[in-house]
Design a protein around this ligand. Sequence first.
Ligand SMILES: *[C@@H]1O[C@H](CO)[C@@H](O)[C@H](O)[C@H]1NC(C)=O
Ligand SMILES: *[C@@H]1O[C@H](CO)[C@@H](O)[C@H](O)[C@H]1NC(C)=O
Ligand SMILES: *[C@@H]1O[C@H](CO)[C@@H](O)[C@H](O)[C@H]1NC(C)=O
Ligand SMILES: *[C@@H]1O[C@H](CO)[C@@H](O)[C@H](O)[C@H]1NC(C)=O
Length: 412
Amino acid sequence: MKSLIQQAIVFVCFTTLAYGLQNGLARTPPMGWLSWERFRCNTDCDNHPDSCISENLYMAMADRLVEDGYRDAGYEYVNIDDCWSNKTRDENGNLNPDSKRFPSGMKALADYMHKKGLKLGIYGDFGSKTCAGYPGSLNYLEKDANRFAEWGIDMFKMDGCNVDISLMKKGYPEMGQYLNATGRPILFSCSWPDYERGKGIPVDYQSVASHCNIWRNFVDIQDSWDSVLKIIDYQANITDQWGPVVGPGNFSDPDMLIIGDYSLSVSQSQAQMAMWAILAAPLLMSNDLRTISPEFREILLNKEVIQVNQDPLGIMGKRVLQIGKVQVWMKTLQSYEYAVAFLNEDDYGMPKNVTVQMGSLGIATGIYDVQDIFINKDFMDFSTDDKFSILVPPEGCRLLHLYPSELRHGRF
Ligand SMILES: *[C@@H]1O[C@H](CO)[C@@H](O)[C@H](O)[C@H]1NC(C)=O
Ligand SMILES: *[C@@H]1O[C@H](CO)[C@@H](O)[C@H](O)[C@H]1NC(C)=O
Ligand SMILES: *[C@@H]1O[C@H](CO)[C@@H](O)[C@H](O)[C@H]1NC(C)=O
Ligand SMILES: *[C@@H]1O[C@H](CO)[C@@H](O)[C@H](O)[C@H]1NC(C)=O
């Protein structure tokens, strides 16, 4: 009897403490632009006026998002990363933007975004300082949450440098509560699990998913194909842990899209886009939208890939088969549909011909119409019992969307 009462008390305490971040945001993976990978911590506006971290950079990207069709394709967040703030808090302990680089102030920048139908994201750190040495939020969580809300901020990414990592499992949920208490819906992006992973501290997946809208789970992306492949490999390794807690409101973030930057080819860019779609990953581009070449823009704006990414079920796809250097990934979509990606890691200069039986990939037995997304070709009435052969380009990807043929509504 006593133990039942104790259990009841434990249960009550647990349910009150397990208060989640119910802000209604990120029902599908958030899409937008983020400065870090491409523009880093360049604060030298005298020598680099067009690429330094300043209000001009974010306004310029906002203009491109609107005028070049990105906003209408779903990319709505314009996200500031590290190095935006004054090096010290003011006499009231408040954060302020660097007044030379953000002369109009953050409220004005947020207004600029909102007038264009966009949203503004900002960056901070759970520790005493950010990773680049700017003021962190340790001991200022509530003050900073209120400051961001006052400015009209829509997303907050909280990094985890310069702090005792064991404090994160309490501190990040606390920040989520302060954000909630502002009354302004602010999408919360957490770096917490990546720091725990790095230190070998066990990650509480359920807790992360209930206190964060999106979370980083692995190292920062760099401008290389190697980096993209390593991240994909890591995602394949952890889908059993993260997959069950990914869903509307909660998405695992493998980091930014580097499409249109210096290193990825067109084929590699299609692969990153396809894989981020399969993973239900946030689509946060870090590139220069003023100078991006049309072939990369076309990949980023590809409606069919975006549709796979934005599927309302929000399921994180998984690697289901490996044929030599070709990985096969599968994601279940709404309305009995599926996406299948073939990712060829090999650099052997000839497309790899692979043959699979779709029924062996976890796809429900039946007849499907297959849309081959980057090739722009469709096949009708394909049975999961048939052998399916496909040519996968070196360091590239083929992405298929399968629709049940009997539910065909004039799509093909
Ligand atoms: C705060 O959380 C409550 C539920 O816990 C929710 O109903 C409310 O919409 C949230 N508000 C914001 C601004 O996130
Ligand atoms: C930084 O803040 C200090 C103290 O509030 C202020 O005197 C200084 O002008 C600010 N510098 C910049 C570049 O914003
Ligand atoms: C994924 O798991 C494999 C097998 O355990 C391991 O060799 C590989 O290093 C892991 N990949 C990453 C990026 O951690
Ligand atoms: C997603 O987060 C909400 C809280 O915001 C939580 O109630 C829900 O259980 C989470 N979903 C999963 C699959 O963990």
